[in-house]
Design a protein around this ligand. Structure first.
Ligand code: NCD
Length: 315
């Protein structure tokens, strides 16, 4: 069997996404147990190779590995031989020689997860490559929406903000469309990519025109670290035009959601108390991140058929 990877939502397609969402219902049940852990990946080793900062993605992969009884190797750039000039290839080959079954990689350069399979036999999960893709974020977002609003089919999702630099937007667009939702991208012209014509989405620079009609307002962080020049006159002006303020939340339709992948710039893309708003599912996204990453690891490394996961509760 050829090795499966999750480098892009394209590696999964609709059936792979559905399979991971279905597994997540089982792992959600596991997360409610007194001991939220199963032996499903006992004996497997997962390496976390993060060349960029991360809080929730890294911690949730680490937690997911532990809850599946896998061992994890945490590779921290700051204390590694990368500081001595070791190349990506040598680093991957070294980790691989220690015997790993999966490598979770985050890197500032687009395409890095596609290079790894020529250097290692391990399964590869992309935890973010530059401004390209971040597929497990999209999976946890689909799972969160489905849990709150039911099937995504027919839902209207508006993704708002710095689309140009957002790997979250690129993966989410593919996943939302694959599950039958319609997607509108909302951004000032300077932060809208040029090539959206064949993406299958609508675009607008008028945030207020989509608020009443959207089932989900998906707010993106202003990725100031990826912006080479000034894309907006000032952050204050951006917040006025594109920030989700308290007044704007009042125009949202009754059963609709506010989402954000984190980390948030409070007072820029969202007002300071939006995370605590009754429509916000931002904390649910984080909790679902662990469940989805358990599913992603199990999808790649598990036996495939098992769905009644053994319990540790009786030990
Ligand atoms: C995102 C990322 O790093 O791509 N965060 C995350 O993984 N939750 C989004 C961002 O940095 O804005």
């Amino acid at each position: 069997m050829t090795q499966k990877h999750i480098r892009s939502i394209d590696d999964l397609g609709q059936s792979g996404i559905e399979e991971i969402l279905a597994l997540s219902d089982h792992f959600h049940e596991v997360s409610t147990r007194r001991i939220p852990k199963v032996p499903a990946l006992r004996g497997k080793t997962i390496a976390l190779l993060f060349y960029e900062d991360s809080t929730r993605t890294r911690l949730s992969f680490e937690t997911a590995a532990k809850r599946l009884s896998a061992d994890s190797l945490n590779f921290s750039i700051g204390s590694s031989s990368v500081k001595k000039g070791e190349s990506l290839r040598d680093t991957v080959e070294t980790i691989s020689a220690m015997g790993v079954d999966a490598i979770v990689v985050r890197h500032g350069s687009v395409g890095v997860p596609w290079l790894l399979p020529s250097w290692t036999g391990a399964a590869v999960i992309n935890a973010g490559d530059g401004s390209h893709e971040h597929p497990t974020q999209a999976l946890l977002d689909c799972y969160t929406i489905r849990n709150h609003l039911g099937e995504l089919n027919g839902k209207k999702i508006s993704i708002v903000g710095d689309i140009k630099h957002s790997r979250v937007a690129r993966s989410n667009i593919k996943a939302f469309l694959a599950l039958g939702a319609s997607v509108t991208l909302v951004a000032p012209k300077t932060l809208m990519p040029f090539n959206t014509d064949d993406w299958g989405v609508d675009t607008t620079d008028q945030f207020d025109s989509v608020i009443e009609d959207s089932d989900v307002l998906y707010m993106l962080r202003m990725q100031l670290e990826r912006q080479q020049s000034s894309y907006v006159p000032s952050l204050r002006e951006y917040a006025n035009e594109y920030g989700l303020s308290d007044i704007r939340t009042q125009n949202m339709k009754p059963k609709s959601l506010i989402m954000h992948p984190g980390p948030m710039n409070r007072g820029v893309e969202v007002s300071s108390n939006v995370k605590e708003h009754p429509k916000s599912v931002i904390n649910n996204q984080v909790a679902n991140g662990v469940i989805i990453r358990m599913s992603a690891l199990y999808y790649l490394l598990g036996s495939g058929s098992e769905t009644k996961f053994e319990s540790f509760d009786d030990e």
